[in-house]
Design a protein around this ligand. Structure first.
Ligand code: FES
Ligand code: FES
Length: 157
């Protein structure tokens, strides 16, 4: 029997349900970016180190380059595109990143935002130490991290 090389999966992303046929070897980040055209999540390393591809997967923060798309069959995923409550409005974290100059090139920003959201969803009153720990899987080569920490602190209650 031939090995199965593709599979039809159903995934809900930012409240919208998609059914797609995917190759068994396709990474979740490539599925999100290239198949669904949701290019807010970035690819920085493909090896689980940088956090630029971070999304929320069934309520848990994951690095989407570390999962296969077929593993996400039936999953509920949140990406940075789903953060803002409506067109023309920013999520509190997005506004705070802007207010605190917490980005420069912006490459890490979608992953930082999703990591910060996952952290504050689980722990709305996170301390500075908890914020630092919560963001330790995300690399920023520009900001030196201080303003990112300040931005998340300002949203934590
Ligand atoms: S692209 Fe996934 S951790 Fe870097
Ligand atoms: S703002 Fe450039 S990598 Fe973080």
């Amino acid at each position: 029997m031939e090995p199965q090389t593709s599979q039809t999966i159903t995934v809900t992303v930012n409240g919208e349900t998609y059914e797609r046929e995917v190759e068994a070897r396709r990474l979740l980040i490539h599925f999100i970016r290239d198949d669904l055209d949701l290019t807010g999540s970035h690819v920085g390393c493909d090896t689980g180190n940088c956090g630029a591809c971070s999304v929320i997967y069934n309520g848990q923060l994951v690095k989407s380059c570390m999962l296969l798309a077929v593993q996400a069959d039936g999953a509920r995923i949140e990406t940075v595109e789903g953060l803002a409550p409506e067109d023309g409005k920013l999520h509190a974290l997005q506004q705070s990143f802007s207010d605190h100059h917490a980005l420069q090139c912006g490459y890490c920003t979608p992953g930082m935002l999703m990591s910060a959201k996952a952290l504050l969803d689980a722990n709305p009153s996170a301390s500075e130490e908890e914020i630092r720990k919560g963001l330790q899987g995300n690399i920023c080569r520009c900001t030196g991290y201080w303003n990112i920490i300040d931005a998340v602190k300002a949203v934590a209650r």
